[in-house]
Design a protein around this ligand. Structure first.
Ligand code: XMP
Length: 525
């Protein structure tokens, strides 16, 4: 196991991500972690980057005991500066020019060979730099193994102690050969085994969850989306019926969606699920609301109200049993890209964190003293899908396109009425059904039908029609931050258009949205 000590860099998680990709198990702990409190011996240690300056008062410093452990150490950015600062307070200074972005790294050859850290690589490649401070001189016993035009000490090494320092960030994809450098360190230099799999993650998480929850009970909202389903299944594996999932029917779900989610989670996956049907309350509250932000706010607020009601009922029922302790935890399917604030050394734990930094159930957490559990918080979307497969969740669910919390309400341009919800539901059902039939679903990142509530003229069976418009949207994206329209064939589009107009009452035209993001967003509102 490689131990990564986190000094609060926004990139620290990427270190563990890269190591996981290499099948090397790594654990990330705050940099304040004392060696004496660790009950296992790491094969190697990585000191991450961080936002502080080592020479500032109050800057974080690592327990010196790690340096006597006699295992290889790799310092990245702040980590490098920490290594240098230990052996001389004047070894690190503020750089005259800060260095952000690409730099050309040149690995130094000794006797015709580059250092082991750069084994198997060209001796010149592009790396990513992001630092203000730099080394003023080499710490004692070290030598330079690579330079950039701006950094005389871009990479350094202490031969006999196997301590390495990198000014560059090997964990970001902008650094060419970055993963190879981490592999050389973890596998060649530390001798770490490449036998870690997602199955191990499941086992470890289950142990962690059980330890954290004790005999307590956990509440969690599910939507049928990948993240909440995977998080719920993991909880169910860990604590069985002491996990209570709640699905809120907000009246703006897709055709048969609540039923399907209920069958899947409760009957096929054995999750203890309550469905709260609040569709009337939601649709009543949406009457007359046309502003997209107001729709979002109303739905978000109502969701918490309904959820709170359910939580109280579950708690009251739980209090009557003597099987388990109080309901004191709340499950959230937060993924790493959702984590705005880096898990700094100030945070209590990497995977399981009490509640700050959270929008949705804040009031609930505060009001009821709930603690937050976020078992997916270190994972990226593709890893969550892997985890879902590992947990036996069916392919269709694991590969499901995202669906926004405010549901179809933000896919109806203008006021939401039950009739309009029905139209968009039918059209979406036809569109997605055909996408599946044509084998396109997994090639598209997100697809849906929306309803334009203005009207256009048509002619149907010799009659003049004056009806609504359906807008189809399908995008390809990896991160949902930028996206481009999926290139359907004309044949496909003709067939969808015909089927929608023939089957969806109140609709006489079908439009295709081909705008990319930016400038458009993926959703229409
Ligand atoms: P946009 O429209 O911002 O969408 O380009 C990016 C991704 O986010 C989803 N989305 C939402 N998800 N609540 C959600 O849970 C929302 O209010 C919301 N708005 C957009 C959208 O479906 C897409 O996947």
């Amino acid at each position: 196991t490689i131990l990564t000590l986190d000094f609060g860099s926004q990139y620290t998680h990427l270190i563990t991500r890269r190591l996981r990709d290499l099948h090397v198990y790594s654990e990330m702990l705050p940099c304040t972690q004392k060696l004496a409190d660790l009950d296992w011996k790491p094969a190697g240690i990585i000191l991450s980057g961080g936002p502080s300056s080592v020479y500032e008062e109050g800057a974080p410093h690592v327990d010196p005991a790690y340096f006597d452990l006699n295992v290889p150490i790799l310092g990245i950015c702040y980590g490098l500066q920490e290594i240098a600062y230990r052996s001389g307070k004047d070894n690190v200074v503020a750089g005259v020019t800060r260095e952000f972005g690409h730099a050309d790294l040149k690995a130094r050859k000794v006797d015709g060979h580059v250092d082991r850290l750069f084994d198997g690589l060209e001796n010149e490649f592009k790396v990513w730099m992001s630092h203000g401070d730099k080394l003023a001189k080499l710490p004692e016993g070290f030598h330079t193994i690579a330079t950039t035009p701006n950094s005389e000490y871009a990479a350094i090494c202490h031969e006999s102690k196997h301590i390495y320092g990198l000014q560059l960030h090997p964990e970001v994809t902008h650094t060419e050969n970055g993963t190879k450098i981490l592999e050389n360190f973890a596998v060649k230099i530390c001798g770490a085994k490449q036998n870690w799999t997602m199955a191990n993650f499941v086992d470890q998480e289950i142990i962690r969850i059980r330890k954290f929850v004790g005999d307590g009970q956990v509440l969690g909202a599910v939507s049928g989306g990948v993240d909440s389903t995977v998080a719920a299944k993991l909880m169910q594996r860990a604590i069985g019926d002491r996990f209570h999932a709640v699905l809120v029917d907000n009246g703006v779900m897709r055709l048969n969606e609540c039923e399907q989610v209920k069958t899947m989670l409760s009957e096929h996956m054995g999750i203890n699920l309550t469905v709260a049907d609040a569709s009337k309350e939601f649709l009543d509250g949406l009457k007359g609301v046309t502003d997209p932000e107001k729709k979002r706010k109303f739905i978000g607020g109502k969701f918490i109200e309904v959820f709170e009601e359910e939580a109280k009922k579950i708690e009251a029922a739980a209090a009557k049993t003597d099987r388990a302790g109080p309901v004191e935890f709340f499950l959230q399917g937060t993924l790493y890209p959702d984590v705005i604030e880096s898990i700094s050394f100030k945070g209590p734990s990497a995977t399981i964190k009490t509640h700050h930094n959270l929008a949705l159930p804040q009031r609930m957490l505060d009001g009821q003293g709930l603690k937050l559990i976020e078992p997916l918080r270190e994972l990226f979307k593709d890893e969550v899908r892997d985890l879902g497969r590992q947990l036996g969740i069916p392919h269709d669910l694991v590969m499901r396109h995202p669906f926004p919390g405010p549901g179809l309400a933000i896919r109806i341009l203008g006021e939401v009425t039950p009739e309009r919800v029905e139209m968009v539901r039918q059209a979406d059902h036809i569109f997605i059904g055909m996408i599946r039939e044509w084998g396109l679903y997994d090639k598209i990142s997100q697809a849906f039908a929306a309803l334009d509530t203005s009207k256009a003229v048509g002619v149907m069976g010799d009659q003049r029609a004056y009806e609504h418009l359906i807008i189809l949207r399908a995008v390809e994206t990896t991160d949902f931050m930028t996206a481009k329209a999926f290139p359907f064939s004309h044949d496909f589009l003709n067939q969808v258009s015909t089927k929608i107009v023939n089957n969806v009452k109140g609709v006489c035209r079908v439009m295709l949205d081909i705008t990319s993001k930016p400038p458009a967003t993926i959703e229409l509102e």
